[in-house]
Design a protein around this ligand. Structure first.
Ligand SMILES: Cc1cc2nc3c(=O)[nH]c(=O)nc-3n(C[C@H](O)[C@H](O)[C@H](O)COP(=O)(O)OP(=O)(O)OC[C@H]3O[C@@H](n4cnc5c(N)ncnc54)[C@H](O)[C@@H]3O)c2cc1C
Ligand code: FES
Ligand code: FES
Length: 494
């Protein structure tokens, strides 16, 4: 057990004993040195809820002998999460002699800033893109920058800067020092559990699932903390002050992703960024959904386990997991148990988790030949927006073309993400035609009573839910050379 976190701040090793459990990295960065902060004010606060990107920093983690650099929102990142990582801010990018980093130089050359408030955040997102090896072309740049808002420059000059700076492989001093930095991080990585406390709050970071189970048995009211992209907002926006946080980020194997026993098995601690390749290899339709889930910064920290355990009726992955017949493994000191994803959600933000229990793993059966899967997210904005309605469909047809099995799940239509049992019943054994789907669309009206809220009216939700089922039919039956067929094919393959 230890009470001190160690990390690299730029190239300097820092140690903080008993870091405040819910102090954010942004607060620490901007606080005066005499108050224990870093007084590094390049990183800005815009929204304090992960939306604007003004607070974007980059976290470096060893990836074997190399380094992996990913953007994160410092405003919802708790200070103890820095343990074992490298934290880079806009202050670290220029060389000691003042020579700007290539992404900074490109922002200057392409006039990528006016008032400059958003600029450090953009620069850090561009730095992460520069190190991602994906190039700086428009699709990669749009994805990397979707979580950064600029109110006065406009995005075209910034996209130009991305294209210019990120075209080739990373060749800055961070790339040159990657092996040495990784070795330093490996050397300072702790093997034992962190137990920090300050001002009546406690932060535990177990290293094994057994330690996690023991910690939750001792503190059954503790808040499990994964990426903190939900929990962070409880602190910054709702001013909640959880007494005990138990972080899962450092648990060995908790974020592993593997194919085994006919399943894609995803550790509850896997982030969206880490799970993207495995998920989209089997279900390409998930790619456009995941690219629209939050922003790059959010996907780098947010976990699928957190999305499920949060039990929001409008979380994006539960409809997919329910439609794909996923099972969840729940664990505690009493052992493990498995339940169907659809049985996990008991009511508005209520789940099957018993006190002391945590979500350990998500298993998704691999598709069988002929399976068709689609998922559609409807939200007011394309990027960085929460679903008004999210619908997932998995269809299996028999040799006669009739519906042999169909699973339909909706988010945003009830207090929990839920299967459309009546619509499914209306389709079983039917030919996959507009007439059969029309009956299922009518059945949807009988089984959902959505609410009016700021995201959509109940009437709109009903209409969209029906039409998304129709869209699925059209998508699966459209001739490939029609405009619809082409568009849908592109989306499914994206
Ligand atoms: C700007 C922004 C945009 C967002 N956009 C989207 C979006 O487009 N779609 C979407 O669905 N969500 C979105 N979210 C919400 C959030 O990012 C997701 O719900 C995310 O998956 C939460 O994961 P996390 O690891 O950050 O969870 P955390 O915040 O760490 O935890 C969330 C909840 O799950 C519990 N928990 C976490 N892991 C476990 C576990 N293993 N066992 C038991 N309980 C656990 C926590 O105690 C907490 O109750 C957005 C959030 C922000 C801030
Ligand atoms: S301050 Fe807006 S994302 Fe952090
Ligand atoms: S330069 Fe002013 S907000 Fe982007």
């Amino acid at each position: 057990m230890r009470d001190t976190i160690r990390f690299l701040f730029g190239e300097t090793e820092r140690a903080i004993t008993n870091p405040a459990p819910t102090a954010t990295v942004l607060e620490w960065l901007r606080a005066p040195v005499e108050d224990g902060g870093a007084r590094a004010c390049g990183t800005k606060e815009g929204c304090a809820e992960g939306d604007c990107g003004a607070c974007t920093v980059v976290l470096g983690e060893p990836d074997g002998p190399a380094m992996r650099y990913r953007a994160a929102n410092a405003c919802i990142l708790f200070l103890p999460a820095l343990d074992g990582k490298q934290l880079l801010t806009v202050e670290h990018l220029a060389d000691p002699d003042g020579t700007l980093h290539p992404v900074q130089q490109a922002m200057v050359a392409h006039h990528g800033a006016q008032c400059g408030f958003c600029t450090p955040g953009f620069v850090m997102s561009l730095f992460a893109l520069y190190h991602a090896g994906r190039g700086g072309a428009r699709p990669a740049a749009l994805e990397a920058l979707a979580g950064n808002l600029c109110r006065c420059t406009g995005y075209r000059p910034i996209l130009d800067a991305a294209r210019a700076a990120c075209a080739g492989p990373a060749a800055d001093r961070f790339a040159a020092a990657a092996a040495a930095t990784a070795a330093r991080l490996h050397a300072l990585a702790a093997r034992d559990m962190l137990c920090a406390s300050r001002d009546g709050q406690r932060f535990l970071a177990p290293r094994t699932t057994a330690e996690l189970a023991a910690a939750l048995a001792e503190y059954p009211d503790a808040t499990v903390l994964a990426g903190g992209t939900d929990v962070g907002l409880w602190v910054t926006k709702q001013h909640r002050r959880p007494a005990t946080l138990v972080a899962v980020e450092h648990i060995a194997g908790f974020a592993d992703i593997a194919e085994q026993h006919g399943m894609l098995s995803i550790g509850a601690g896997a982030t969206y960024s880490a799970a993207f390749a495995g998920l989209t290899a089997h279900w390409p339709a998930l790619a456009p959904l995941l690219r629209r889930l939050g922003s790059t910064q959010i996907r780098n920290r947010g976990t699928i386990g957190g999305n499920v355990a949060n039990a929001s009726p409008i979380g994006d992955t539960p409809p997919a997991l329910i439609a794909l017949a996923a099972t969840l493994t729940l664990q505690s000191t009493a052992g493990t148990r498995r339940i169907d994803a659809e049985a996990f959600f008991h009511g508005y933000r209520r789940t099957a988790l018993a006190p002391g229990e945590f979500l350990a793993r998500i298993d998704i059966p691999l598709p069988v030949p002929g399976d068709v899967f689609a998922i559609y997210k409807v939200s007011k904005r394309m990027e960085q927006d929460i679903s008004a309605v999210c619908a997932a469909f998995r269809l299996r047809r028999g040799p006669d073309g009739r519906v042999a099995d169909i699973r339909i799940a909706y988010g945003g239509m009830a207090a929990v993400p839920r299967r459309a049992a009546a619509a499914e019943r209306a389709l079983y054994g039917q030919p996959w035609t507009q007439a059969a789907v029309a009956a299922a669309m009518a059945a949807l009206d009988t089984e959902f009573a959505p609410i009016d809220d700021m995201r959509a009216s109940a009437a709109y939700r009903r209409l969209v839910a029906r039409n998304l089922l129709l869209r699925f039919l059209l998508q699966t039956t459209a001739a490939p050379d029609t405009p619809l067929g082409l568009a849908e094919k592109e989306e499914m393959a994206a």
